[in-house]
Design a protein around this ligand. Structure first.
Ligand code: ATP
Ligand code: MG
Length: 630
């Protein structure tokens, strides 16, 4: 057995024995460290292949790549999940997705959802959404609601929503049965003693042994367990331990806790004050899988060692035995996913809430306008294996672009409007030009764009002094405006007292030579909007490994707000005819995040939930190309 894993697992159980639920994150940290190396490697490759300076004239989006052709069911047909099915080709597949309702789901959970719901769906089966609500100290109603909403948003419908707490009585009865079978005892040892019993630090310092409590008779154990149930013990002074096999090399078999008395004695969200003791993950999970008749219990690889105790318990109690198999966790670089850490960012007000578009919770991705289909295809393209991977965030962004590039309409949006007055527009003024919403899909139709004497271009598209390597507007220079029937030449400009350019004067130009650049613009009757552009919330690739803590890695310049942006009037029509993309997953077109469009030469955008009838706020979903600064 892997020594490090054994030691970590030993520590894990100790934590649970004392009622501290820090176990899984411990394991994750280690996995993340290993994955960091791989991520840096992968990132290097991405950087090597990234595109050069964007071609200014072409409002092109993401470059196509071979991933675009991946079979949408590939993850079930090949590899790990195909093998799992071969091992147990059940006629009626029944899986479960078992989140702890202690926070909002994140991108990593989307993989767990895609694996569990997707596997069952692919085989014509069903999936239960089971809330693993055995730790009242950490659970809130808000989390239950957000979790179910996220699952449904991703496009999956649970065949039932269940709660581990539905089974508290059944679990209690089975714990008494285990005592009768002489396979459980009430223990009063403190953490240091338990450590010694498990062979000391890292399980290597001494022989393993059992405490005197393990020798108690059935009657004593029953009496003490009932006293625990009746609240006669203080938190952490007694717990029920399974009597497993301390000779076994697997620390998961060294008399794990089955029941504990939580520290805070908070009432349970569903069962109130009925219970003073709560079953541990190790006792609850396999038994609930068994009660529900789960065929394939799919979880992440931190639970590989738990498979033995999972099977031991179901066998000992002679109940139906589901099959547990483990796949690799999904981590992404440049952000944090753990619910515990996310909660800190929310509590400290570093972000706007659990759904802040800079986070990678599913509600944040939703608010940011990421279509669920992009998340699912990202996961499918990565495939499912038994290794835990850290994926460069740029790869996720590429999946989003690929999903949007042919499926959302195009509009013109100017972030920092600079007026350009075309003095000689003459008869053209007030005429309308056709503006197709898509160059790929004519069925999206077109909108009219009015030619006005004053138009607005982006401030960054004008320079006071021209130079040979600069292709956009400058005094004396001729350029094209996208969809505008004539080229224009800048002839003059004015500045305010602070030296800021306030207006450019231009004339129509009839040169026949094709200009080096076509820039975007909007007419004077455009719609004012606020635009929020979000960058990475963290400065480093792996914020959770920063020595002084991830909070010291926060990029405080990660949200740029353009208060006076302008979007052309086709916007209202695009909003009215949402959702974009018109995918079957998104039924409810009233949601603002379903209104998506490409701002030509700028980025993909959606409407933020902060919008009101008076003020539209847009979020950038993703840039058009990978940022060369990244
Ligand atoms: P976190 O610590 O990040 O909040 P967790 O593991 O505590 O996550 P649970 O609520 O216990 O979250 O997770 C429900 C299911 O989702 C579990 O089966 C778990 O293995 C899976 N899961 C959680 N994070 C990931 C991830 N990053 N990749 C794949 N599956 C995940
Ligand atoms: Mg957890």
């Amino acid at each position: 057995m892997d020594e490090t894993l054994a030691a970590t697992a030993a520590k894990l159980r100790l934590d649970e024995l004392t009622g501290e639920m820090v176990s899984k994150s411990e394991l994750k940290k280690r996995t993340q460290k290993r994955a960091k190396k791989a991520a840096i490697q992968a990132r290097k490759q991405t950087d090597d292949t990234k595109s050069r300076e964007p071609d200014e004239a072409k409002p092109s989006a993401a470059a196509p790549d071979e991933a675009a052709h991946v079979d949408p069911d590939a993850m079930f047909k090949l590899g790990f999940l195909a093998e799992v099915y071969k091992e147990r080709p059940a006629k009626e597949v029944l899986t479960r997705f078992p989140p702890e309702p202690n926070g909002y789901l994140h991108l990593g959970h989307a993989k767990a959802i895609a694996v569990n719901f997707g596997f069952a769906k692919y085989h014509g089966g069903k999936t239960i959404l089971r809330f693993d609500d055995t730790n009242p100290d950490k659970e809130k109603e808000e989390f239950f609601l957000a979790i179910e909403e996220a699952v449904r948003w991703l496009g999956f419908t649970p065949c039932a929503v269940t709660y581990s707490s539905d089974n508290f009585q059944k679990l209690y009865d089975l714990a008494e049965k285990l005592i009768h079978l002489e396979r459980a005892y009430v223990c009063h040892c403190v953490e240091a003693e338990i450590k010694l019993q498990r062979g000391g630090k890292e399980g290597k310092e001494g022989p393993r042994y059992r405490c005197e409590h393990a020798m108690q008779g059935v009657e004593t154990n029953l009496e003490k367990f009932r006293d625990m149930r009746d609240g006669k013990y203080e938190p952490q002074t007694a717990f029920l331990r399974m009597k497993q096999d301390i000779e076994n090399h697997n620390p998961q078999m060294w008399d794990l806790a089955a029941y504990r008395i939580p520290k805070d004695r908070k009432p349970h969200f569903r069962t109130g004050d009925t219970w003073k003791i709560y079953p541990t993950y190790d006792f609850t999970h396999g038994l609930c899988d068994s009660f529900e008749g789960i065929t394939h219990s799919l979880c992440t690889t931190e639970f590989i060692m738990s498979r033995e105790s999972y099977e031991w318990l179901n066998k000992a109690l002679e109940v139906y035995e589901p099959m547990q198999r483990e796949y690799g966790r999904l981590n992404v670089s440049g952000t944090i996913l753990s619910k515990r850490s996310l909660e800190k960012l929310v509590e400290l007000g570093i972000v706007r809430g659990w759904d802040d578009p800079r986070l990678f919770t599913l509600s944040a991705l939703r608010r940011r306008g990421v279509p669920p289909a992009a998340i699912l295809s990202f996961i499918n393209e990565l495939g499912v294996t038994t290794t835990s991977t850290t994926i460069p965030i740029t790869r996720f962004e590429q999946s989003i672009r690929r999903c949007l590039e042919t499926s959302v309409p195009r509009l013109m949006l100017v972030l920092e409007p600079l007026p350009v007055v075309i003095d000689d527009l003459g008869d053209l003024e007030g005429q309308e030009v056709d503006f197709p919403l898509s160059t790929h899909d004519t069925s999206m139709g077109s909108r009219k764009l009015k030619l006005t004497k004053t138009i607005y271009i982006d401030r960054s598209d004008f320079r006071e002094v021209d130079s040979p390597d600069y292709f956009r507007l400058a005094p004396g220079k001729t350029i094209g405006l996208l969809r505008f029937p004539h080229l224009i030449r800048a002839i003059d400009f004015t500045k305010d007292g602070e030296g800021r350019v306030t207006e450019v004067k231009a004339v129509l130009d009839s040169v026949t030579k094709k200009p080096k650049a076509f820039i975007h613009w909007v007419p004077s009757d455009s719609k004012p909007v606020e635009v929020r552009i979000h960058d990475s919330l963290f400065r480093s690739e792996n914020p959770s490994s920063v020595e002084s803590g991830f909070l010291n890695d926060v990029n405080h310049d990660s949200e740029k707000i353009y208060k006076h942006a302008l979007v052309n009037l086709g916007f209202d029509e695009v909003a009215r005819t949402s959702p974009w993309p018109k995918s079957a997953l998104e039924q409810d077109n009233a949601n603002p995040e379903n209104i998506r469009f490409q701002g030509l030469r700028v980025a993909y955008f959606t409407i933020d939930s902060d919008s009101t009838s008076e003020k539209i706020v847009l979020n950038r979903i993703v840039s058009l190309k990978e940022d060369s600064g990244k």
